[in-house]
Ligand binder design. Sequence first.
Ligand SMILES: Nc1ncnc2c1ncn2[C@@H]1O[C@H](COP(=O)(O)OP(=O)(O)O)[C@@H](O)[C@H]1O
Ligand SMILES: [Mg+2]
Length: 261
Amino acid sequence: MLELQNVSFMVGEGGDGREIVRDISLSIPDGRTVVVTGPNGGGKSTLARLVAGIERPTSGRIILDGEDITDLSITDRARRGIGFAFQQPVRFKGLRVMDLLDIASGRDLSTTEACEYLVAVGLCAKDYLEREVNASLSGGELKRIEIATVFAKASKVSIFDEPEAGIDLWSFQNLIEAFRKMRSAVKDSTVIIISHQERILAIADEIVVLREGKVASHGPREDILPSLMGTAIVAPGCPKFIGSAVGAAAAAAAQKEAANA
Ligand SMILES: Nc1ncnc2c1ncn2[C@@H]1O[C@H](COP(=O)(O)OP(=O)(O)O)[C@@H](O)[C@H]1O
Ligand SMILES: [Mg+2]
């Protein structure tokens, strides 16, 4: 179980200080898919960064399975089983996509296994496995590769920050399927997804609404979702098709496969 106890995070100094996470207490039990949503600027990404250890709370404690991890580094938290896909992906020099996936999973993946992770994020796998993770990849591609590494890592707690951004229509169902698979593949694992997407909210066991740095509501999907539908918080239906070459290639491949079946 992941627990946040009275967690606050302040930016700026003295009189200019502003609390962007304000006294949040949350318990996230094992074996759940939790979707965190709410208006932009509400503190969602900051909360994820606090849990992953990229930021340290100004006050409050973060507890994982009874252990206080508040003062642990990102690496130590990763070792304890926290995996995080950033909203803004990071670039690595000199590493191939295949290497990243191997490192994430902690073993040498077969091509087939590695491909599965990339297909989940809509990247035509064979083309990508040998690519170097450098400036030749677009921001959207990097982000998807990073999501794929979190799938490969299969951590106890996995956090995804707006994974739908840059995912085309064809890939979206694969992504949702990958979330489901991950939850069932790792026993008692928890998947935390920051999202506005209706179809991602629809797979939540629990929904947390963050507003102005506070928990505005938290409960089972059935209790929370009806009040969110139709508001600006929820992006309805499918994400817009992003006409990237990758998306188009993936869509064409899918059509071909369907035609051959
Ligand atoms: N390091 C920082 N310094 C100053 N302001 C920040 C910093 N990080 C986030 N903020 C501000 O805090 C608020 C919450 O940000 P964020 O957690 O990114 O919200 P969300 O992900 O819900 O859109 C925003 O107003 C943002 O501009
Ligand atoms: Mg954000």
